[in-house]
Design a protein around this ligand. Sequence first.
Ligand code: SAH
Length: 232
Amino acid sequence: MPSVPPDFRAALAGGLVRWGIEHTDDQVARLWAHHAAVVEANARFNLTRITDPLEAAVKHYVDSLALLPWLRGQRRAALTVLDVGTGAGFPAVPLAEMAPDLRVTAIDATRKKTDFLADAVERLGLSRLEVLQARAEHWRVGRRFDVVAGRAVTSLAGFLSWTAHLVRAGGFIVAYKTARMGPDEQAAATRTGDGLGLHPDDAFEYDLRLGDETLPRKLVVFRRTGAPAAGL
Ligand code: SAH
């Protein structure tokens, strides 16, 4: 496995400490190997804009892992998590690697991306995750997940309508957002959610630290109450 540059290691380790996540050198090495594979594949097709190791450690890996302190706040164990629009594997890869008790499934609409990810999981010995090519809104899978998560996929309202049928009653839909998300997007999502049995739950606010910069982020959370609406 390639050796891990000190700045990637330090930035990732710093984030893990802030999230209260213990880690081994092997886990950090596997996330680095994933990053290296993403950068390499990026030369063939677009997977990410962020290739600098330090920036990737913070904006991709530490950010993806913000789901874990939120989950801990829910006091739940052994959850199934669906990552919709995983792209290069965010948040699925860091979550599966750092929280092996989660059962993580990752889907993306683009076959090239899911082929890349399935191959990377196999080749790099990443922690097991299920990778499938599917369009969320057309995916009829016959099971429902405890948590459906998405990062940088579409508007909040759009994400709710694409994924409502994939979350179990009592389960959560979680969107990773920057602080730029305004009240209009939240209001539109609340209206859309109403018709789908999805209701706003507490958002989880956090910030990422990159050098001197503080980058505000939040997980916007909707919860499915009761049984899924007919037809979903
Ligand atoms: N979550 C990743 C990738 C974001 S880019 C990250 O944070 O880096 C958005 C991804 O969503 C793309 O890979 C795109 O192929 C995928 N996507 C777009 N519409 C989708 C849909 N309807 N169902 C599943 N995936 C979708």
